[in-house]
Design a protein around this ligand. Sequence first.
Ligand code: ATP
Ligand code: MG
Length: 216
Amino acid sequence: MLGAPGSGKGTLTSRLLKKVTQLSSISTGDLLRQEIGRKSSMGKVAEEYIKQGALLPDDFMAKFVTAELGTRNWLNNRASFLLDGFPRTGNQAVQLDNELLKHDSRINLVVELNVPPEVILERIDNRWVHASSGRVYNLSYNPPKVPFKDDITGEPLTKRSDDNPEIFKVRLDKYFEQLKSIKEFYQQQGVFSTVSGDTSDIIFPKLLQLVESKFT
Ligand code: ATP
Ligand code: MG
């Protein structure tokens, strides 16, 4: 799943997983934030980049995701999985491809979420998260049942430190800078699709249809 920061990757992934029960997912952003929360050595490295809105180095990310896929045994089990937030550069896409090829696997669908930048900017203002689970709330269209509390655990919600306007602009620019090479890479493989819309409610049915077409 490809999309600008705030385009709804996390929200749409969780909606998708409820409908398509064969699917599991990894969100690199959520995993990195968990490492930061644990104050692990990896988390400390990640924090330095994330707080500036910078991308982590490709080799670091490729190792991180490969290790995670290994731990979950998804490649050996030929599981169906969705990656949210990875690959994010052409180089990461190549490294992922090489890893998958070792297991005689391929990415069979890449979806770009195309949401107008002005819509995204407004969302970020309203975004609150439950850091340890990655659950995302929007104060106007997807508010928590109890204000500023997670629906499941009741724990307090927080703002992501990289959701402030200046850092956000950096992240948005970085995304569009990288999009072209990833897009070309997957277009050549014939697996690239774009879904557009102002809201996740508009995008979701289109996304679901694309994903379901891979299971029938
Ligand atoms: P959103 O969660 O709104 O979709 P996003 O795409 O900017 O926004 P995450 O995917 O949560 O955010 O990632 C947060 C940060 O983690 C990124 O800004 C970057 O610093 C780091 N990161 C996550 N995935 C990668 C990756 N594949 N390569 C490099 N850095 C990454
Ligand atoms: Mg995310």
